[in-house]
Each structure stands twice: as C-alpha cells, then as structure tokens.
Design a protein around this ligand. Structure first.
Ligand code: CA
Ligand code: CA
Length: 349
C-alpha cells in the first residue's frame, strides 16, 4: 500500500517536471548559473549598465556631445543630487534683462554688460529705449525697479546675488543685486519670493557702499540673517573714503517679511570686528591717520552696542592721541550712528 503510494507520488512529480507545471519552478531550485543570470538585472544594474549604454550610444555617434552624457549620468543619480530634487520643487530662478526700443524687445541678456553694445545708440535717444529687468522663477516673472533712468542704467551691474531661504520655509528667495555705481552709489538689493499669486518683491533696500557679505543663521533659530557692511561712517571726521571704518550690519527678517537692523543682538560679531580696528589703532607701524580712523571705528562699534564708554576706555589705554581725535569728532560720529540702515527703497509694483 505504502509502496504504491510512493510510486504514485513519484509519477506525479515526474509528470510535473516534464510539463513544466506551475509548481515545478519554485520546487526545483535553479542551478547556480541560472540563478546568477536571473538575479542579475535586479542586483547588479550598475555593472552591466555602462557597457550596454556605450554600445547603444554608438548609433548616435554622429552627435558627439551626446556620447558622454548617457554614460556619465548613470552613476550620478545613485549619488546625492537625486534626494535633494526629490523634495519640494524648487523654482528655477534667473535674471532676464531686456532692452526695449520703441516698446519692442530689441535685445535680451543676463547682465548689462551683454547689452553694452547698445549704450551709444541709447545715449543718443534715451527716450526711445527702456530697460526691463525681470526675475523669473521658471513660470512667473516680476520686474526689478532700477533706480537710474537710461542711459545710466545700462552702466549698472545686475546679478542674482543670493538664492537662499530667508524666512525658514525651506524655499529659497532670490536676492538681486543692482550695483548702481555712479549717482546713487552703490549696493541696492531686491528680494523676491515665489508666492501663490506669482513672484513678489518682498523688500528693496540700499546699503550705500556696504555689501551683503554672507547669509547665515547666526543664532540657530532656523531663519537666516544677512551680514553686511555698514558704511555710515563714510568720510566722517574728514577721513578719506579708503580709511573709513566699516561697521558690521546684521539684517533680520521682520513679521512683514522686510529686513531691519538687528546688529545689537549679535554683540560677539560686533566685538570681533571692533578688535580688528583696535589692532590697527594700537599698531605703532601705522600712520597717525590710520590710527585715528581705526579709533573712530573702535568707538563706533561699542557705541552701536550701547557701550560708548567701553570704546573710549579701549582707545585711552592703547592710543591716547587717538582719544583726543575721537573726542573732537564725537558729535559728528554720534549723528552718523543715529542714521538708520538699511535704507529702504520703494518696492516694485
Ligand atoms: Ca523662503
Ligand atoms: Ca537666525
């Protein structure tokens, strides 16, 4: 009875093998070579991939630039770039400068340097021409109001200075620099954000001779600050422009999404900058003018922190002649310190 059962069982198995029935494949484990070929496509795509693409690319060999592109991108997607683009779709921001003649776009570029060829023509009949500066996020555009009229505006230098998140929502804003040179020197900034209703200008300000040096979250609250140069002491006390001490200026985002001076919240940064001027002031190798200018810097830094006496004490202990100079111009320095930065410009409509 049991022998007949075993025989029947064997017959069933044999017929299953011959017909290649559904139970056959999982039951009979594939030979090691077969397993290797079967698993190859899933486990080792990077290995066989380069050679097939190389041969596949051969027919298009006439277009030589396409050759390196298909072979190179293969390893790249497995690296860092893919996860970053997998997040929120980040707008593709760019700057577009259009020169209009009688209302029509006659030239387009990214910088005024690219439109330089039209300067003399525009200079002859400026009223016929207009410069349109646009910030694009890939789908929407907004206009940047350039302060100077033509033909002077063609001598500006416009660039996308920063594409950084300025309000902590993980989406970058575009900070456009309009370096005006000439009449209203020099560093104008326009900040644009992509919002539900298009690209909007959030703030526009000028820093005079001071530029934004970096964008960084100084206090770790998740929102970046802008660290700029503060030129409020330019030519103070009869000092030459080159000798003018620059103060640090920190700009913080306000509730209304504009930026305002919050330097006093970062005393360490101000003291670090003051130390630089203190060194210049104390060094006997420097001439009298340099030391006096540096002393103005030392005083102004501490005055900005609400501790003018600290500044005077430091000057007195390292350069007594400098103290006399600062005392002599203290009112004028004080007046400059009461100025406000940044100077806001009228935002674009
Ligand atoms: Ca943002
Ligand atoms: Ca911050």
């Amino acid at each position: 009875m049991t022998r007949r059962c075993t025989l029947l069982f064997l017959i069933v198995i044999l017929t299953a093998c011959n017909t290649g029935g559904p139970g056959a494949t999982p039951a009979t484990a594939p030979p090691s070579t077969a397993r290797a070929t079967a698993t190859a496509p899933t486990t080792t795509p990077p290995l066989p991939a380069p050679s097939p693409t190389r041969t596949a690319a051969l027919p298009t060999a006439t277009s030589t630039p396409s050759m390196p592109t298909p072979t190179q991108p293969l390893p790249i997607p497995t690296a860092a770039p893919t996860p970053t683009t997998a997040g929120l779709p980040e707008p593709r921001r760019s700057l577009v400068l259009q020169l209009l003649g009688d209302g029509q776009v006659i030239a387009e570029g990214v910088t005024t340097e690219e439109l330089a060829g039209y300067q003399s023509e525009v200079g002859r009949e400026p009223e016929r021409y207009a410069l349109r500066v646009l910030v694009s996020d890939g789908s929407q555009k907004a206009e940047v109001a350039v302060r100077d009229p033509l033909p002077h505006a063609l001598f500006h230098h416009l660039e996308m200075a920063y594409i950084r998140d300025l309000d902590g929502d993980s989406r970058a804003e575009a900070t456009v620099l309009d370096f005006t040179g000439g009449a209203h020197c020099c560093f104008d900034y326009h900040i644009f954000a992509s919002e539900h209703n298009g690209v909007r200008e959030r703030d526009a300000f000028t820093l005079g001779n001071g530029a934004i040096e970096r964008v960084e979250d100084l206090d770790g609250d998740g929102v970046s600050e802008m660290v700029a140069g503060d030129d409020r002491l330019a030519l103070v006390a009869g000092l030459a422009m080159a000798a003018t001490p620059f103060l640090p200026l920190v700009l913080c985002l306000q509730e209304d999404k504009t930026f305002s001076d919050c330097t006093a919240r970062f005393p360490a940064l101000v003291e670090e900058s003051a130390a630089h001027y203190e060194e210049l002031m104390a060094s006997p190798e420097n001439n009298e003018l340099t030391r006096q200018a540096a002393a103005v810097g030392v005083y102004a830094h501490y005055a900005r922190l609400g501790r003018p006496q600290d500044g005077l004490y430091r000057i007195a202990s390292r350069c007594l002649e400098c103290l006399r100079f600062v005392e002599q111009h203290r009112d004028e320095i004080g007046e400059r310190l009461r100025e406000s930065r940044p100077m806001h410009l009228e935002a674009s409509p």
